[in-house]
Design a protein around this ligand. Structure first.
Ligand code: HEC
Ligand code: HEC
Ligand code: HEC
Ligand code: HEC
Ligand code: HEC
Ligand code: HEC
Ligand code: HEC
Ligand code: HEC
Ligand code: HEC
Ligand code: HEC
Length: 409
């Protein structure tokens, strides 16, 4: 390749769009580069856009050809227009100043991110890629400076160092950035540019191994609530197993666990801990899990001190943290991601729920997302002694409660 591959001294004068620098009216290109036509000649594999019907519109490459302006009124194809409003004013100023450009119709093009001469780093980008500087000019909604801000905004934490390096699709990562999960030109087809498919929990389990066992359990809503929709309007099939309950960049501000289900819907008569309403929003009359609702779930916590090994059965502190002291909540006994508790004492977890299984499971005291098998060594014994097995096994049954003297209320 030489200068002459792209330039010719006999080129026509073309309009200002072909060059990034307004002062230079003519970059003497062989083909006008209005819509990224020049780049396409050699890099067709990097293109996947509405401009190019031959390539799938979603998945492998970052989209180009998207209008950075407000969609006009009427039945236009909204997916051809930038979703976030701040992109309706055109290219963010900082990108323009560094040589980024849009095509002749204010659509995104290769050079919105790349510079041909004088770009940053190996990929010749308009802004450096470290700390995802380039991405967040256009995608500030998905970004947060630290974990605290991430919770405040309702987005997955990003831009931090991992305690242990992880491997995703063959690449090793020590930091979580946009690029840990997304690949701009090498995404898995059909995903939003993800390095691994997220629908079977593959991407997530690289870092959240403990939660991966939710696959094929009663909490795989593809099996137990296929017709439901998450807050983004996706069915469990579209969102995938984790996405039915967690939205990576669309959680509600200040709320825990990036929940994707309707919150604060529990209106039961029984008062519940704030954390328990996470479960009760679905496990309530008319809820997603209306068939599996529980009516009795309270336990006295005032005027007595409950203490438990948090590794086995965590209690919930007044500030909503899991720990050694506090109140008893759903997650004291249940782990919503694991149908069968691990073998007690043993290192190895029991085999996961079988991959092919006939729909909904009916639980019992040995599974039902319980953390422990039975009450052996559980803290219930400390107070309830010989009654503990019954109190535990029939915890949601009114009969486990009738005998109790209510001297604490
Ligand atoms: C891969 C294609 C390609 C190659 C190879 C290439 N250029 Fe360019 N060049 C461009 C494009 C596209 C522009 C306009 C975008 C811009 O201004 O950055 C440009 C702009 C320029 C400009 C500035 C003109 C202006 O209006 O800003 C000069 C000067 C230039 N190239 C010289 C060269 C020389 C000299 C070489 C060989 C050493 C070379 N180019 C190789 C694609 C190429
Ligand atoms: C004449 C063919 C040709 C054209 C036209 C062309 N490129 Fe390239 N480009 C190449 C080749 C060859 C390489 C080197 C590829 C490699 O290392 O495998 C390359 C490399 C790149 C790289 C990666 C640099 C690196 O170090 O890996 C980027 C980014 C890039 N081109 C962007 C563009 C953009 C944007 C345009 C349009 C303005 C463009 N190219 C036009 C042939 C071309
Ligand atoms: C949203 C920003 C963005 C857009 C739009 C974009 N790229 Fe890239 N491109 C990148 C980033 C970031 C990298 C570096 C990726 C990496 O290191 O994994 C890259 C890498 C490349 C590379 C070299 C690495 C490789 O995978 O071979 C080429 C060539 C390239 N881009 C060409 C293009 C062309 C051609 C277009 C237009 C069709 C385009 N890019 C549009 C951000 C973008
Ligand atoms: C010039 C602005 C711009 C830059 C820079 C940019 N994007 Fe985008 N990105 C867009 C637009 C526009 C869309 C289309 C959807 C939308 O409006 O949200 C999009 C869509 C996406 C999508 C969703 C794709 C899908 O199929 O749903 C991902 C993921 C994404 N960008 C990641 C990145 C990453 C990672 C970077 C940093 C390398 C980056 N973007 C840089 C403008 C940009
Ligand atoms: C931990 C993995 C992960 C990280 C880190 C991550 N994303 Fe995503 N992103 C996803 C997944 C999974 C989806 C699709 C499912 C969803 O939205 O819940 C997605 C969807 C998107 C979308 C399309 C949906 C939307 O919200 O508009 C864009 C754009 C996007 N990501 C951009 C980014 C940017 C920019 C960064 C860095 C600031 C980033 N992502 C960091 C995993 C991640
Ligand atoms: C590269 C590693 C990595 C990947 C991949 C990843 N996560 Fe995370 N995620 C983390 C880390 C680390 C934290 C915990 C941050 C902390 O609180 O210390 C976290 C936190 C979370 C939280 C809790 C957030 C809160 O507000 O409490 C949820 C929910 C979550 N991730 C879901 C997912 C889902 C779903 C996926 C797959 C689409 C995924 N994560 C992919 C590393 C990752
Ligand atoms: C049926 C809904 C549901 C599904 C499906 C689901 N989760 Fe969760 N997840 C929850 C609930 C409820 C919590 C809050 C538990 C609590 O209060 O501690 C949670 C909490 C989390 C947390 C925070 C740490 C923890 O364990 O408390 C992470 C990380 C997480 N989930 C990841 C995932 C991943 C990864 C997947 C897919 C493999 C997934 N979840 C599937 C409901 C779900
Ligand atoms: C997004 C809604 C949703 C959330 C949140 C949720 N669940 Fe579920 N859960 C379901 C669905 C749907 C089923 C299957 C219902 C059925 O069996 O008909 C289910 C089933 C169960 C079962 C098994 C019932 C049986 O058939 O034996 C238990 C136990 C359970 N959930 C406990 C919990 C706990 C504890 C939490 C909170 C940590 C929780 N769930 C959060 C939707 C949810
Ligand atoms: C003290 C421990 C304990 C606590 C706390 C607890 N559960 Fe349970 N739960 C159990 C046991 C044990 C079973 C199994 C009962 C059986 O099927 O034999 C069970 C079963 C269930 C079932 C299935 C019942 C059915 O009828 O299908 C659901 C749903 C459930 N729990 C939800 C919850 C929710 C929601 C909370 C919090 C509001 C909660 N649990 C708190 C011990 C507990
Ligand atoms: C620190 C002592 C203590 C511990 C530990 C304890 N409890 Fe209790 N529990 C009580 C007291 C006191 C009452 C109220 C008197 C009664 O009903 O016996 C009670 C009541 C109950 C009730 C009846 C609740 C009602 O509203 O009528 C059940 C069921 C129960 N406990 C189950 C359990 C289970 C299961 C565990 C272990 C996960 C446990 N308890 C751990 C002290 C404790």
């Amino acid at each position: 390749m030489s200068c002459g591959s792209c330039h010719t001294p006999h080129g026509q004068v073309v309009d200002g769009q072909a060059t990034l620098h307004a002062a230079h009216a003519n970059p003497w290109l062989r083909v006008p580069n209005r819509d990224g036509d020049l780049c396409r000649q050699c890099h067709s594999s990097k293109l996947a856009s509405r401009l190019d019907p031959e390539h799938p519109p979603r998945g492998v490459n970052h989209p180009v050809g998207i209008y950075l302006k407000a969609p006009p009124e009427g039945g236009v194809e909204r997916q051809n227009y930038a979703r976030d409003e701040h992109l309706h004013k055109g290219l963010p100023e900082r990108l323009g100043k560094r040589g980024g450009t849009l095509d002749s119709q204010t659509r995104m093009t290769c050079q919105s991110c790349h510079q041909i001469h004088g770009g940053e780093g190996d990929a010749m980008t308009v802004l450096p890629l470290a700390n995802t500087e380039l991405c967040i000019e256009c995608h500030p909604r998905q970004h947060a400076v630290d974990k605290k801000e991430a919770r405040k905004k309702g987005v997955h934490p990003v831009d931090f160092k991992l305690d242990e390096a992880v491997k995703i699709a063959g690449k090793t990562f020590k930091r979580v950035t946009c690029f840990t999960c997304h690949s701009v030109h090498d995404g898995k087809p059909g995903t939003p540019l993800l390095r691994e498919d997220h629908r079977d929990g593959k991407l997530c389990s690289a870092c959240h191994e403990a939660q991966a066992s939710v696959l094929n359990s009663d909490h795989d809503l593809r099996l137990t609530a296929a017709k439901s929709h998450n807050l983004a309007g996706q069915s469990p099939r579209q969102s995938g197993v984790c996405g039915a309950c967690h939205q990576l960049h669309g959680g509600r501000p200040g709320e825990p666990v990036l929940h994707a289900w309707e919150r604060h819907a529990y209106r039961g008569e029984k008062a519940a801990l704030a954390r328990d309403t996470l479960c009760l929003d679905c496990h309530r009359r008319e809820g997603l899990a209306g068939e599996a609702r529980v009516e009795h779930f309270s336990h006295p916590a005032r005027d007595l001190i409950l203490r438990s090994d948090p590794e086995r059965m965590p209690l919930i502190s007044p500030s909503d943290k899991l720990g050694e002291f506090g109140a008893m909540g759903c997650v004291t006994c249940h782990d919503p991601h694991r149908w069968t508790p691990p073998e007690q004492g043993g290192e190895k977890p029991t085999p996961e729920t079988p991959v092919h299984r006939p729909g909904n499971l009916t639980g019992n005291v040995l599974n039902s997302f319980l953390r422990q098998r039975g009450v052996k060594d559980n803290f219930c014994v400390d107070c309830h002694g010989i009654e503990a097995p019954l109190k535990y096994k029939y915890y949601h049954d009114s009969r486990a409660r009738d005998g109790g003297v209510d001297y604490l209320k």
